[in-house]
Write a protein that binds this ligand. Structure first.
Ligand code: ADE
Ligand code: ZN
Length: 323
């Protein structure tokens, strides 16, 4: 396997991509004691998914000002570019960027955009993301932030957070608002809950893509539907193994989903939390499933086809990949 292929990442949480040293540095600047979220190796330490969300939100408490987000965005994009990523879609949460206040959100977004412009090696778009366990009212406010920022930089709307909280249909209003604003839609589903949660994302939120969606493998009729309708899955195998959705890489269904004709893509989700990066994901996929350049190029083409971008950008990406 060669690692020189251009990579496209569609599922990366901005705060979840913050290197531990970056968060430690901000904490010491601000006089916050965050020592409890780090382990002996200096990395993030958590026990399970619920604890991961707690540690994630604790890390976010030191990301307070637009300048913090500018520095974070730059650091994250520089790391991605080093991995050969040429186009990335990053989840950004107004819950953390300005507490869902429209004015504060605009200031944070401007800072993120300026930082993105400062790293021209990689093309970035934002997917504004609601946090499921903050509830449908907060998600509506988040959708308002998304709708009002929709354009050439903010191109998507999504939902993440604790999949066990509430039902996806409770969030339909926010997704309708985002669709009206012309945004691409994605929802985390089928990561912790079963295939019915993927159906809910398709039927109630009418998403274009599904975040994770891997547990669709448990329902052959759903697998057929995803393949037939060309629904793209944002698969993050290293995240799923680190969080214990699957016991190890060989148990991960990504190859079975791909072989069934589903458009799968590969992303890192929250790389420092899972001790991963795009090169490691590719290397593990190659080692575990024998994925060589041809399949990795197919994965990148799937991502280019499903990207929430303008058609000129899509054509340029496909040309670059050789599609
Ligand atoms: N937010 C950040 N990472 C997430 C994940 N893997 N699942 C749900 N919400 C998240
Ligand atoms: Zn995610």
């Amino acid at each position: 396997m060669s690692d020189g292929l251009p990579k496209i990442e569609l599922h990366l949480h901005l705060e979840g991509a913050a290197p531990p040293a970056f968060i430690r540095g901000l904490a010491s600047e601000k006089g916050s004691d965050l020592s409890s979220i780090f382990g002996d190796d200096g990395g993030y330490a958590y026990r399970d998914f619920a604890d991961f969300l707690r540690v994630y939100e604790a890390a976010c408490t030191v990301l307070r000002r637009p300048e913090d987000y500018a520095r974070l965005t730059r650091a994250v994009l520089e790391r991605s570019a080093e991995q050969g990523v040429v186009y990335t879609e990053i989840f950004v949460s107004p819950d953390f960027c300005g507490g869902r206040d429209l004015g504060a959100w605009r200031e944070h977004l401007e800072a993120i955009r300026a930082a993105s412009d400062a790293v021209p090696e990689i093309d970035m778009r934002c997917i504004v993301t609601a946090i499921r366990h903050f509830g449908p009212d907060a998600a509506r406010q988040t959708a308002r932030c998304a709708a009002e920022a929709a354009g050439d930089f903010v191109t998507g709307f999504g939902i993440g957070g604790n999949e066990h909280a509430g039902e996806l249909r409770d969030f339909a209003y926010g997704f309708d608002m985002a669709r009206e604003a012309g945004l691409g839609l994605t929802a985390h589903a089928g990561e912790w809950r079963g295939p019915e949660s993927v159906r809910d994302a398709l039927d109630h939120l009418r998403v274009d893509r599904v975040g994770h969606g891997i547990r669709a493998i448990e329902d052959p009729a759903l697998v057929k539907r995803l393949a037939r309708d060309g629904v793209t899955l944002e698969v993050c195998p290293g995240s799923n193994v680190a969080l214990g959705v699957y016991s190890d890489w060989s148990a991960h269904p990504v190859e079975r989903l791909r072989a069934a004709g589903i458009a799968v893509t590969v992303s890192t989700d929250d790389p420092p939390f899972f001790r991963t990066d795009m090169s490691r994901e590719y290397a593990r996929l190659s080692d575990t499933f024998g994925w060589e350049d041809e399949i990795l190029a197919e994965i990148a083409r799937n991502a280019a086809r499903a990207a929430f971008c303008d058609e000129d950008t899509r054509a340029a990406l496909l040309k670059w990949i050789g599609g």
